[in-house]
Structures are given as C-alpha cells and as structure tokens.
Design a protein around this ligand. Structure first.
Ligand code: ZN
Length: 368
C-alpha cells in the first residue's frame, strides 16, 4: 500500500488514493489550465470527477457493508483511475452470500441514481427547465455516471461484480470449481473484447481488460489450489529438514546456514519459545547495517504464531499469503515439528498435479 495515501476511514475501513489517481486529477486540472481556464475554474472542474469517484467509493462501501453482514471484514478500499477496489478479507464461499456481496455495490449506485433523479426533477421543476436533468449540470451527469456504473459492473467479466454474480449463480447448480472455471473463462474472453474495443476507442478499457484478465486467472488458480488442498493438513506440506537460529547467534552464523543449504528464511527460537523469523532480506539488511558480528536478535521479525501439525492446510496457506511472512513454524505438542512456507505448499501442489495428470489433465498453472 506504499503507493497510496490514506484519506479517510469510513465504517472503520481505511480509504486510500493511489498515486496514479492523484496524477489523473493533476492532469485533468492542468489540461484545463492549458486550455485557458483560471486556477479556480480548473479546481471547480475537478468537482465532477471527484463526485464521480465519491460514487465509486460508496459503491465499494456497499460491497464492504454486505460482506460485514457475513462476518467478512474489508481491509481497505483504494481508488485507482480505473475505479475502486475493496479488498475483502475473503469472498464468502456460500454462493448466496457472494451473490449478495456482488450485487450490493451496483445496488448503491441504483439508489444514488434514484436520489439524483428525484432531486433533479425537483430542480428542473423549480427552474422551469424540464431539460435540465438531461443536459443540465452536475446532477444529470452524475445520474448518467451512476447508471453507467451499474451497467458496466454487471457485465459478467469475472472478477468484476457481474462475473461474481455469474459464478455464484452457477455455483448454486454445479460444483464451485467448475463454476469458477466457467466464470473465469467468460471473464477472460470479455477481457479480450475490452482490449479490442479499448485499442480503438478508449485506453482505459485496456487497463480494465488487464485487471480482469489477471484477476480471473489468479482467482481461478487460487480456487483450484484450495480445492486441491482441501483435506490436507499442515503436516503434509511442511519442511522437516531445516535449520533454526537463536536470538544470540551472530549474523555470520546465519550466513553460513544460508550458503550451506537451500533454506532462505530461518525461524528463531529462544529455548522452545518462538521469537520470530529471520528472512534472507532481513539478514542482508542486518549485514549491510551492522556486519557479521551483530546478533540475530536485532533483525528478527515477529512472525505469525506457530501452527499445529494437524491444522488444516488451506487456512494456513491463506494466513501465510495474507501476512507476507515467508514461513511459519509447525508445532507438535510443544515441540517444533517443521516449517511451513509457500514454497513447500507449491511443491505439494506440483506433486499432486503430476500424480493427477497421469489420468486426467488438471486445469490451470500452479503459482503460490
Ligand atoms: Zn463492485
């Protein structure tokens, strides 16, 4: 999130502006000044795009509030030039819940459009200019923007809202993995259509095409991985041959371990208590700041709390992915039994895919 600045917190959800969004706003203002507008006119000219993005934020909050009802919190909402992104902690797996969360965003814009329409007809009535709503200023244009947001988001280009609606409706009748594959396929087909139209008319569509293409690919892969790993426990994927460090060890000792084997990240234990993880990048940072004689203690990062050998693998994978921590120790009755990293899980998936491909072809690539 380092490329974004926080501008507000609504319902406890931080709202960020991406720097590219700021550049867009500056560019809009500059282009008006170049055309001869004064600074204050140029700033007034930003009122419409800002109101438009305000509607986008409300749309994202619609998703977030609906998700909250199903116990799913939203980490943040970020505004980009191509729209907003609400990062939900996860998508509810129950198709009916995903359907509600997906529809809640566009529904907000339906409500805004109705409010604007009501307000607009009043203004038009009072000013005795019945065409005001159509040709008029902000109200009419904002109304059109909200209608556009509803229609555009409901295009079934997974992972856009319409695509989620499609996936959840499919998942009510066929299995979740197949529903995701179909929705992702439709999404990627539509991404190609967007890119084609974008090349001729509007470069923003090319960005959206990219977002849809990558999003569909990664979600389809994640779902297939999750289904593949369901039923596996942490013990199935963990590394058992690994080195550990103590807080009082020197960085020089860590370097020896790093060079001697293929392990990049080292769990640090004080007696049997887990202290944290010394990753390769922490080690390099430590070496450049303090040299070989510094102790591990000063550069170890608190990691995730240790997990149990028999814990289910999928939630552990999600936690690892979300935290950005390279590995987590696995305990078996207060004894360190292993180390779980994304790399191990990727290897387990490879093995499963190789075994699976002897009979039936497996879908999608493997990337963790
Ligand atoms: Zn949406």
């Amino acid at each position: 999130m380092s490329w974004s600045i926080k501008i507000a917190r609504i319902f406890g959800i931080p709202i960020y502006l991406h720097w590219t969004f700021l550049i867009l706003m500056v560019w809009l203002a500059m282009s008006q000044i170049m055309e001869g507008a004064s600074t204050s006119e140029a700033l007034q000219g930003l009122a419409f795009p800002l109101a438009m993005f305000g509607c986008v934020v409300l749309h994202e909050l619609g998703h977030a509030v609906a998700a909250q009802r199903f116990g799913v919190s939203t980490r943040d909402i970020t505004l980009l030039p191509i729209g907003g992104v609400a990062r939900l902690e996860r998508m509810p797996e129950k198709p009916s819940e995903e359907l509600v969360v997906a529809l809640a965003g566009p529904l907000v814009n339906v409500v805004i459009a109705l409010l604007l329409y009501t307000a607009g007809t009043r203004v038009a009535f009072r000013s005795e200019d019945p065409e005001m709503l159509v040709h008029g200023g902000m109200l009419g244009r904002l109304l059109l923007v909200n209608v556009f947001l509803v229609l555009f988001n409901l295009i079934p280009a997974f992972p856009m809202d319409g695509g989620r609606v499609l996936r959840s409706l499919l998942a009510m009748t066929i299995d979740y993995g197949k529903a995701t594959r179909i929705a992702a396929g439709v999404g990627q087909f539509l991404a190609i259509v967007f890119a084609y139209i974008g090349l001729q008319y509007n470069p923003f569509l090319i960005l959206i095409a990219l977002f849809v293409w990558i999003g569909a690919q990664s979600e389809a892969t994640q779902v297939s991985e999750r289904l593949e790993l369901e039923g596996n426990s942490v013990g199935d994927a963990m590394l058992t041959d690994f080195a550990m460090l103590r807080p009082t060890d020197t960085l020089g000792h860590a370097v020896e371990l790093l060079l001697a084997g293929s392990q990049h990240d080292f769990p640090v234990f004080e007696e049997s208590a887990f202290v944290g993880v010394l990753s390769r990048s922490d080690l390099m940072r430590g070496l450049s700041l303090s040299g070989r004689d510094a102790t591990v203690e000063a550069f170890v990062q608190p990691g995730l709390p240790p997990i149990g050998l028999k814990d289910p693998l999928v939630p552990a994978l999600n936690r690892l992915r979300e935290s950005g921590v390279p590995c987590v120790p696995v305990m078996n009755q207060h004894q360190v039994a292993g180390l779980l990293s994304l790399e191990n899980i990727a290897e387990l998936l490879m093995v499963k895919a190789a075994l699976g491909s002897r009979g039936v072809a497996t879908s999608g690539g493997i990337s963790v």
